[in-house]
Each structure stands twice: as structure tokens, then as C-alpha cells.
Design a protein around this ligand. Structure first.
Ligand code: BT5
Length: 247
């Protein structure tokens, strides 16, 4: 049985009625973005075995050998979510992916603000959300059986192979339950986010700085204490520092 036959029947009672498995695509984000332009409706899910031009944030790339990763983009209607709270889509996908790893792989990755899943210090998965009007396309790349140097795959974290189909099912079923419950997503993400309480370096276009991540505000911005000032960070890269690192 292929993944289409395994996954589709398990999602019939969710909003994810149109799930397409592709052997190869440049980027599932590009594919879903074009599908929107062609009239696709929310609930579309695209999963690829291989991407020739996988995207990260800020023009970066996402690399995964053929058949080694979960590479998926989802079209969601977020008309009920004010633009400053759109990051909660990323949070909902992160929470769902974490729970799917726990259910299917028996391990629980950490959620690093704003868009990563980590096992220890190593990156397991990255999430990318792109808005267009009332729709958001959200993508996740999650390493299953291979990972770049310094990153980690689910097989290594679980100590056994982790299959894509059950992970897709668990992730999308969890996501179906989170969507629309945005205050609950914000609360769950706040308590799950491993960045909170850490010393961090924030890397931004205007320059880097270090401080202690004290929390997340209601719009999901990271609150970083830099001496007396509490800075609210909406975007940027964050490095978790060991507490022993100098200030
Ligand atoms: C992300 O960006 O982490 C978001 C990645 C989203 C990828 C998915 S795959 C399905 C969908 N279709 C797409 O085209 N994209 C989405 P960012 O935070 O900018 O991190 C990107 C950085 O992660 C890269 O610059 C590398 O350093 C690193 N990286 C690349 N491939 C990786 C991998 N397989 N595992 C871990 N780290 C990786």
C-alpha cells in the first residue's frame, strides 16, 4: 500500500480532504502557492519525496536526500487570526509535529522559538509559514532517516526507523484539533517552548544581542531581557546559549 492509500482514509473526518503525494517537486511551498493562485481551497496538503529547491526562511535552503524526510506544505484559512498572531500557525504545526513524534516515534523534541524542533541541540525539523490574504501556506521539513551534519533525524532520536505515513496522519490529526483554538495554541506553545528561560543570542539584520528569554507575549513575540530593558522580538534567529557562556 502506498502512502496515499494509507493516509487518505485516516483523514476523512478532518479538514484535510485533498492530500497529494508527489515523487518530486521544486518546493512544496511553491506548489501550494501556485495552487492557491489556481483556486485551491484550504485543507490542501502536499507531501513530496524530494525537493530540488526546498526553502527555508530568509532565502535559505532546506536540503534532504530523496525519501529521507517528511516534506509537507499545508494550505490553511486563517481569516479568524489577526495578522500579528499569524505566527500561531507555526506554533500549532510545531506542537502537532512534537506530539506526532511522541506518538509515532516515542521521543519528544523541544520547540525552539520561532520555528524549529530540536533534539538536544540539534535540529530535527523546521517550519516555514507564508501568508497570502486570508490564507497561510505552512510547510514543515522533518528529517526521518538522514540529516545534515549537526542536525538529527527521527530514526536516530527514536532508536528505530520512523515511518512517514503514520507521522503525517498523527501530525495532521493533531493540527486539525488545534486550528481555531488560538488561545489554547498560545498557552500550549508558551509552556512547551524550550527557548523560554534560556540565555539567547538574537541575530537580527540590525545587529546581534544577548539576553535572557523571559517569555512570550500574547502575539507570540519573544521577550528578551537585556539588562533593564525587555525587548519584544517578532522575527529573527535565536541561538540558545549555555548559561555558562559569558554575558
Ligand atoms: C526553516 O528555515 O527551518 C524552515 C524549513 C522549512 C522546510 C520545509 S520542507 C517542506 C516545505 N517546502 C519548502 O520548500 N520548505 C518547507 P530556517 O529557520 O531558515 O532554517 C534553514 C536552515 O536550516 C538552513 O540554512 C540550514 O542551515 C538548515 N537546514 C537545511 N536543511 C536542513 C535539514 N534537513 N535538517 C536540519 N537543518 C537543515
Amino acid at each position: 500500500m502506498d502512502d496515499t492509500e494509507r493516509v487518505r482514509p485516516e483523514l476523512l473526518d478532518t479538514r484535510f480532504g485533498d492530500i497529494r503525494f508527489l515523487p518530486e517537486v521544486d518546493s512544496t511551498m511553491r506548489y501550494v502557492g501556485d495552487a492557491v493562485a489556481g483556486g485551491a481551497t484550504p485543507g490542501l496538503v502536499v507531501v513530496a519525496d524530494f525537493q530540488s529547491a526546498g526553502r527555508g526562511r530568509l532565502g535559505r535552503t532546506w536540503e534532504a536526500p530523496r525519501g529521507s524526510a517528511l516534506l509537507m506544505s499545508i494550505l490553511l484559512d486563517v481569516a479568524d487570526l489577526a495578522p500579528p498572531r499569524r505566527h500561531l500557525v507555526t506554533a500549532a504545526v510545531g506542537l502537532s509535529a512534537r506530539d506526532a513524534c511522541a506518538a509515532v516515534g516515542g521521543f519528544t523534541p523541544d520547540l525552539k522559538w520561532p520555528n524549529d524542533l530540536l533534539v538536544g541541540d540539534r535540529k530535527l525539523a523546521g517550519i516555514l509559514a507564508e501568508s497570502s490574504g486570508a490564507d497561510v501556506v505552512v510547510g514543515i521539513g522533518l528529517n526521518l532517516s538522514a540529516a545534515p551534519p549537526d542536525a538529527v533525524c527521527a530514526e536516530e532520536a527514536a532508536g528505530r526507523p520512523v515511518e512517514r505515513a503514520p507521522l503525517v496522519i498523527a501530525l495532521l490529526r493533531a493540527l486539525d484539533g488545534w486550528l481555531g483554538r488560538w488561545d489554547a495554541v498560545a498557552d500550549a506553545y508558551r509552556s512547551a517552548c524550550s527557548t523560554v528561560g534560556r540565555r539567547v543570542r538574537v541575530e537580527q539584520v540590525g545587529g546581534d544581542f544577548e539576553g535572557v528569554a523571559e517569555g512570550l507575549d500574547e502575539d507570540g513575540r519573544l521577550l528578551v531581557r537585556v539588562q533593564k530593558e525587555l525587548k519584544a522580538i517578532a522575527a529573527g534567529d535565536v541561538v540558545h546559549l549555555r548559561s555558562a557562556e559569558p554575558r
